[in-house]
Design a protein around this ligand. Structure first.
Ligand SMILES: Nc1ncnc2c1ncn2[C@@H]1O[C@H](COP(=O)(O)OP(=O)(O)OP(=O)(O)O)[C@@H](O)[C@H]1O
Ligand SMILES: [Mg+2]
Length: 272
């Protein structure tokens, strides 16, 4: 196994401490995060679950430097994110983080290959052909590299997006409902790839999902409710995830509606 990110064994690759995020003021204030602390390890796939509005996307956005917490701290790959200037944040996102969102967000006029290498082109970094080949073979897209997104299935498009997230060897990949728009077969392909990139390439991935089957691909599931961490499950199965969801919140045992905020930020995440 080859580690992608910072030195292995030097503690978590990303951590949040006592994160608080409020939106609005006075009577209308929303406490989206209410004191959340988490550690993400290299070589671990972490799933985040919880009812709609529980703060999942907000937590991801704060950890990825896409949104700034009201209080608390975030450290990614040894760097304190919460106090960074906008300029350094942009560089951190570009060089050290990968993003996968529900709505693939590929550039329609570019081929699969051009979409995958786009982050390197933007950063004016040289393509490591060996790494490109490793990632392309891992997502199984070798024979689709010349296709444009419109000529690919949803699952294939999301695998292109996954390859794009991995191409710059990020410290952490943030995936907000990566299978939210996919049927069960395509979901299984994408999740298999995400889990494989963790087990075989040492990637750290954090993934928001409403789907217990998707969560069962993770090493660990964190449960959020009302902006707080309310539970955690190691080595989950779909059954144990469903049981935990029922126990934590009987009213929310059914998957909630998919998220909305991811689309608003992906443009910035990819294009910057
Ligand atoms: N930009 C914003 N302005 C005001 N309130 C916001 C903003 N973003 C999120 N919120 C609020 O913060 C809370 C948490 O939102 P968040 O998007 O993190 O939830 P979520 O768990 O991702 O939900 P979903 O499963 O629907 O995607 C919600 O009450 C939401 O309305
Ligand atoms: Mg969300």
């Amino acid at each position: 196994m080859r580690a992608l990110a910072a030195d292995p064994g030097v503690g978590p690759i990303a951590s949040a401490r006592d994160l608080v995020k409020t939106y609005g003021k006075g009577e209308a204030v929303v406490r989206a995060l209410d004191g959340v602390s988490v550690d993400l390890e290299a070589g671990e796939l972490t799933a985040i679950m919880g009812p709609s509005g529980s703060g999942k996307s907000t937590l991801m956005h704060c950890m990825a430097g896409l949104d700034s917490p009201t209080a608390g701290s975030v450290v990614v790959a040894g760097e304190e994110v919460s106090s960074m200037s906008e300029r350094r944040l942009t560089r951190l996102r570009r060089d050290r983080l990968g993003f996968v969102f529900q709505a693939f967000n590929l550039i329609p006029t570019l081929t699969a290959e051009e979409n995958i290498t786009l982050p390197l082109d933007i950063a004016r970094r040289r393509l490591d052909r060996d790494w490109f080949d490793t990632v392309v073979d891992a997502v199984g897209l070798r024979d689709r590299l010349d296709h444009r997104p419109g000529e690919l299935s949803g699952g294939q498009q999301q695998r292109v997006a996954c390859a794009r997230a991995l191409i710059s060897r990020p410290a952490v990949v943030f995936a907000d409902e990566p299978t939210g728009n996919l049927d069960s077969r395509s979901s299984a392909e994408v999740l298999g790839f995400l889990r494989g990139s963790v087990d075989e390439l040492g990637q750290a991935i954090v993934m928001v999902t409403h789907d217990p089957t998707a969560a069962s691909y993770a090493h660990r599931v964190l449960f959020l409710a009302d902006g707080r961490l309310v539970g955690e499950l190691e080595d989950p199965t779909s059954e144990s995830v469903l049981d935990a969801l029922r126990e934590l919140s009987p009213a929310h045992a059914q998957p909630a509606r998919p998220g909305r905020h991811a689309d608003d930020v992906v443009q910035g995440a990819v294009a910057r």
